[in-house]
Design a binder for this molecule. Structure first.
Ligand code: IPE
Ligand code: IPE
Ligand code: MG
Length: 226
């Protein structure tokens, strides 16, 4: 796999298509979420290895948590418990530091505790960081910051967001074929390069990521300039 010389420091991914991936194989939707969560580990490891600094993924939106059947949301929470327990166990070896964005207060308490513990252990290490958006909504994040901003400017506002201290994503990839943001990082994606692929998340490969990175390296970012 050939990598371009210019890489994004921060990649954001809307990991969509787990349910369809499973349905097409005659499997329950939760099987798609399970393979999807394994694929997250594989893609995060790859990003770490190639020198990307941050990977921020959309794992569960506030809307998903509120509008999907309790059975599906419960299944996702079970996968999360398993994922976090494994991540804690492997942190020293894998060096995938984790942070969580979103309104975690709506999550089951044991998951809140596991997430807090994972962040605490992650702080002992340096290097690549993966941010997992859980019960996250871009509008909700902006509202939470707006309640606290007073009359500060853009930078002060950014420092009140879940992403405080982290540079905005350079590239946002959405798998699953839909071409929308679905309430993801509305503030932070202001100047991100967008890339939409029909590949369903459980089937998204390192090879496809490499070809997206090549396309990214050829784009001309102008930030409003000439
Ligand atoms: C993305 O996959 C994961 C979550 C939203 C939790 P979906 O579950 O939305 O899968 P599709 O889009 O229905 O295939
Ligand atoms: C966005 O996917 C949320 C995640 C991938 C976690 P959705 O499947 O919820 O988005 P919509 O409903 O198709 O816009
Ligand atoms: Mg979807």
């Amino acid at each position: 796999m050939r990598l371009p010389s210019v890489l994004p420091a921060h990649i954001a991914i809307i990991m969509d298509g787990n349910g369809r991936w499973a349905s097409r194989r005659g499997l329950p939707r939760k099987a798609g979420h399970a393979v999807g969560s394994e694929n997250f580990r594989a893609i995060a490891t790859f990003c770490r290895d190639i020198g990307v600094q941050y990977l921020t993924v959309y794992a569960l939106s506030t809307e998903n948590a509120e509008r999907r059947p309790a059975d599906e949301v419960g299944g996702i929470y079970d996968l999360l418990r398993k994922y976090l327990a494994e991540s804690l166990e492997k942190m020293a070896r894998d060096r995938i530091r984790l942070k969580f964005f979103g309104d975690l207060s709506g999550l089951p308490e044991d998951i809140q505790a596991l997430a807090a513990r994972t962040e605490e252990v992650s702080r002992q290490y340096e290097g690549f960081q993966a941010n997992i958006c859980l019960r996250y909504g871009g509008r909700d994040e902006i509202l939470r910051a707006a309640r606290r901003i007073g009359d500060g400017g853009e930078a002060a506002f950014g420092a009140l967001l879940d992403t405080a201290g982290i540079p905005d994503p350079d590239l946002c990839i959405r798998t699953g074929g839909e071409q929308r943001l679905s309430n993801f990082l509305l503030w932070q994606l202001a100047y991100a390069e967008l890339y939409f692929t029909k590949t369903l998340w459980p089937g998204f490969s390192k090879k496809e990521l490499c070809s997206i990175l090549t396309e990214y390296s050829r784009r001309n970012r102008r930030y409003g300039g000439v």
